[in-house]
Design a protein around this ligand. Structure first.
Ligand code: ATP
Length: 260
């Protein structure tokens, strides 16, 4: 089932007398429970796409259908309600949280705002969320600032799944983590997908990360989507110069391809 269909999405920016076409008629689809890796060099338009999708900035033109609705036409209370179904995890999680917040309050907010659990039931729900992402229940009273980067990313994932989304947009969500911690977070994401059928739009400049989690990979270059295919097709037989350049930058990427 098609969960998300982006069609001819364009966006330009003008700043300091410079006009940049950040997105140039980008189209892509994502099925329920699928992971699409979105890769491209710095400045290719990945974050712009993610930000339009999350309704953080408007598009100049194009359409987005999400769960069979005209996503860009939603506004006000209806948009707030529907946002439960599309969540995001950023690279800079600390920047996305109130730095004075406790872990409990970070997880209480979505449960309260989206009416997922009544007040009396929320502590239990929060404990279950923490448990699911591999953190002890005792973490509730900690400040979001005092936990490690990997733990904070687990909390961001717990917050994202709290509202029972069908899609999570991950924007460089593991890029700042040490390799061993990154692997554990990727494992957690794959488990959650298998358990709950969540689709991921996994934005990264790192093909090694995308190879590990993506069913399909789409390649962006200077605002355009220049290539897409199964992870194996794109990595083993890239067609575009942009894909070839990204692959050449990661030693042993092709020989390390898992059997699928
Ligand atoms: N608010 C803005 N004002 C002006 N230009 C912008 C703005 N946001 C993005 N751009 C420009 O749009 C282009 C695409 O940027 P975008 O951040 O989407 O790329 P990206 O692929 O996510 O890059 P990175 O991997 O470095 O985050 C770049 O040329 C960038 O400078």
């Amino acid at each position: 089932m098609t969960l998300l269909a982006i069609k001819d999405l364009s966006r330009h920016f003008s700043s300091g007398g410079r006009d940049v076409t950040a997105l140039n008629e980008v189209s892509l689809t994502l099925s329920a429970g699928e992971t699409l890796g979105l890769v491209g060099a710095s400045g290719s338009g990945k974050s712009t796409l993610a930000r339009i999708l999350m309704r953080l900035i408007p598009a100049d033109k194009g359409t987005i259908r999400f769960e069979d609705e005209d996503w860009l036409a939603l506004s006000g209370a209806e948009l707030r309600r529907r946002r439960a179904k599309m969540q995001m995890v950023f690279q800079d999680v600390l920047g996305a949280f109130n730095p004075r917040a406790t872990v409990a309050s970070v997880l209480d907010d979505p449960l309260r705002i989206h009416g997922i659990a009544p007040k009396a039931g929320r502590p239990k729900e929060i404990a279950a969320l923490l448990d699911r992402v591999g953190l002890p229940a005792g973490y509730t009273t900690r400040s979001i600032r005092e936990v490690s980067g990997g733990q904070r990313q687990r909390i961001a994932i717990a917050r994202a799944i709290a509202t029972r989304p069908s899609l999570i947009v991950l924007d460089e969500a593991v890029s700042a983590l040490d390799v061993s911690i990154r692997g554990k977070i990727l494992e957690l994401l794959v488990e959650l997908q298998e358990e709950r059928g969540i689709a991921y739009l996994f934005v990264s400049h790192d093909l090694a990360v995308l190879r590990a989690v993506s069913h399909r990979i789409a390649v962006m270059d200077a605002g355009r989507l220049v290539e897409s295919g199964t992870a194996r097709q794109v990595i083993e037989t890239p067609r575009s110069p942009a894909a070839r350049a990204l692959i050449a930058a990661v030693p042993r990427l092709v020989t390390g391809m898992p059997e699928k």
